[in-house]
Design a protein around this ligand. Structure first.
Ligand code: KMT
Ligand code: NI
Length: 176
């Protein structure tokens, strides 16, 4: 995992979009936005994921392969939905099993922070944070999606500033 400020250029979102010079964003800065991160060791992701699930009470899981082959005729629509700025009323928990991609999150100053993820990265985006996802030019990512309870996938597109989860999120990070 590596995070940096997004350059906001209007070119293909699968490109890195890193500013020049780069402005890195640390794990601590991500934490201040409520984003949690674990690096899984190379072997046996499943056992390490099991432990985090037990510790944090994540009860359900499924797998998604974000690629043309994995999503078939849904690919274009899904990719578009993932990259529309949105929030969820629950945590978005992803363990990357194979491949690479980008999660973009809005920081406290409403700037886009790009988080490049690869196999072994486990990230948790808190409920209420504005974010989006894209593949990179490798066009392949396989992830395990973890849930506290039943999977709820509803993306609420920005603006939804009056949403109670949005408000609670802003309150929670205010002191950071
Ligand atoms: C979301 O809601 O943004 C996603 O599920 C992204 C795709 S999972 C790698
Ligand atoms: Ni999402």
């Amino acid at each position: 995992m590596r995070a940096y400020l997004y350059d906001n250029l209007d070119t293909d979102c699968r490109e890195p979009h890193e500013q020049n010079p780069s402005v890195p964003v640390s794990v601590e800065e991500l934490e201040a936005s409520g984003v949690l991160y674990w690096k899984l060791k190379d072997e046996n992701f499943e056992a390490q994921i099991d432990k985090i699930c037990a510790d944090r009470n994540y009860k359900n899981r499924d797998q998604i392969t974000v690629s043309k082959e994995g999503l078939g005729e849904l690919f274009d629509a899904k990719i578009k939905t993932f990259f529309a700025e949105h929030l969820h009323e629950d945590e978005e928990i992803r363990a990357i099993l194979e491949g690479t991609g980008y999660f973009d999150i809005r920081d406290k100053q409403d700037r886009w922070v790009r988080i490049k993820v690869e196999a072994g990265d486990l990230i948790v985006l808190p409920a209420g944070i504005y974010h989006r996802f894209t593949l990179d030019t490798n066009n392949y990512l396989k992830a395990m999606r973890l849930f506290k309870e039943d999977p709820v996938w509803t993306p609420l597109n920005r603006p939804c500033d009056e949403n109670p989860y949005r408000k609670a999120y802003l309150e929670a990070i205010e002191a950071n």
